[in-house]
Design a protein around this ligand. Structure first.
Ligand code: TRP
Length: 453
């Protein structure tokens, strides 16, 4: 594809909402509140904020630089910027990571659809805690039902991606992101007005500095990476659709602020409701699919209608957040096939959807009937481990080294200032972080996650 044939996002707001859509996902609503709760509440949040703004922002700007300057999707961007070198492998690593993440992420995303239907049909009314455990286990281990929802979710993603950058991704983000904000504000207000909600707020917002140790720091950094969609070129692919007047620093800041706000608001939904009925929020998929439906039922127990509406809104919120993220994962691979092999967008998207359907089906079955282990892990856990713990930090590190050490400093400066039209007084600090601070920090997360520290 020629440089000038590429479609761009139609507006700066559209670009910000699309990138924020990629960032806001299951990571914010499900993983963040639990991590915060377990690591000292507000103390974790402060460390997390530092990780997002000190480390996350520079890496995001670096990804933006690669994408916008090369005007190519991640899979090709590195060969465009560093022709004939081995840097091209960062791009391939990103494409592969996107493909693998999309498979298992869509399985969990599909579960949200089952729970929307369950909430709508009143299946949660009058159930006990034990019932909620059984409902989730029977469903997630069923060899058939989750696959239907997986297919549905992948098809939603597919059709939006096929429609293209402007009419698909941008338009859908402009509709879904405001819906998501409204839902999250309404839910947080309802949750905080429950009796005894104050205890939940205290749990989340009262800093307990005695819990801050290296583990908290590394946990916060890993969470910041996943939540901001860093390390596999989602944001760099989106940045290749930014117009010449998009301000990279400002866009990164907006995405970081939106993503962090959504994460904190999710905590404001979950903890006040859980404490209000005296249930200890716990970890893993069981938090949003077992504990929370139970919490919602009891919190509004006197009025089943309210519980139903609240649960329904919550799972719609999750589904929307997951969908804007799956779109970004899908786009990375589709855009690559489209540009590199000149496949039509619809054909490229079909290949991606087909492949992810296969890995998704295998992931889903590995939670139930398929009990073979690969390297000691089920297929679902294996994909999660290989992508989130190995591929993302590795390619994040390589992006830092590429932009910090390989790319010409003047090229970065030009991108950040839009050719000198904008001020970027943070530039020296940005380069310093990219060259030294971020690589060291990533090596630490990496070592920690692999159990080497
Ligand atoms: N950031 C998303 C979330 O919070 C998930 C996601 C989308 C992602 N694209 C990514 C994570 C790329 C890592 C890399 O759920």
């Amino acid at each position: 594809m020629q440089r000038n044939d590429r479609v761009n996002f139609g507006s700066k707001l559209g670009a910000i909402l699309a990138a924020a859509g990629s960032a806001v996902g299951l990571g914010n609503i499900w993983r963040f509140p639990y991590e915060a709760g377990n690591h000292g509440g507000a103390a974790f949040i402060l460390v997390y904020l530092a990780c997002v703004f000190v480390m996350g922002m520079p890496i995001m700007i670096a990804e933006f630089t690669v994408g916008r300057h090369s005007k190519a999707s991640t899979g090709k961007a590195f060969s465009v910027l560093a022709p004939g070198t081995q840097w091209k492998w960062i791009g391939f690593l990103g494409v592969l990571a996107g493909l693998l993440i999309l498979g298992y992420y869509s399985v969990v995303a599909g579960w949200t659809l089952e729970y929307i239907v369950a909430a709508l049909t009143g299946s949660f009314v009058d159930k006990t805690s034990a019932d909620f455990v059984a409902i989730f286990q029977n469903f997630s281990q069923d060899p058939f039902r989750p696959l239907v929802w997986l297919l549905a979710f992948l098809l939603f993603t597919h059709f939006i991606v096929v429609k293209g950058v402007k009419d698909g991704i941008e338009k859908s983000s402009k509709v879904m992101m405001p819906m998501l904000f409204i839902l999250i504000v309404v839910l947080a207000c309802c949750s905080m007005s429950l009796p005894n909600a104050g205890k939940g707020l205290e749990f989340l917002l009262k800093p307990d500095f005695s819990k801050v140790n290296a583990d908290v720091f590394l946990g916060a950094m890993g969470q910041a990476f996943f939540s901001l969609s860093l390390g596999m070129g989602c944001l760099s692919t989106y940045a290749s659709y930014f117009g010449p007047d998009a301000k990279l620093g400002k866009t990164a800041l907006s995405v970081g602020v939106i993503d962090t706000m959504v994460a904190i608001m999710a905590g404001l939904i979950i903890f006040p409701a859980a404490f209000s009925v005296g249930i200890q929020p716990d970890a893993g998929p069981s938090l949003i699919f077992i504990t929370l439906p139970n919490v919602f039922q009891q919190a509004f127990g006197g009025v089943p209608f309210l519980a139903t509406v609240f649960s329904l809104m919550f799972y719609v919120l999750l589904a929307l957040a997951a969908l804007t993220s799956t779109i970004s994962l899908h786009e990375v691979v589709t855009a690559y096939l489209n540009e590199q092999f000149k496949l039509r967008r619809s054909r490229a998207a079909m290949l991606v959807t087909g492949f992810c359907l296969i890995t998704g089906v295998l992931s889903s079955l590995s939670l139930g009937v398929w009990d073979d282990k690969i390297l000691g892990l089920g297929f679902f856990d294996l994909l999660d481990f290989v992508t989130a713990k190995i591929m993302l930090p590795l390619s994040g590190l390589l992006v830092c080294l590429f932009v910090g050490w390989y790319l010409k400093r003047s090229l970065s400066y030009e991108e950040l200032t839009n050719g000198g039209l904008q001020k970027a007084s943070y530039f020296p600090l940005y380069m310093f972080i990219l060259k030294y601070v971020a690589p060291v920090a990533i090596v630490l997360i990496f070592a920690n996650e692999l159990g080497l520290l």
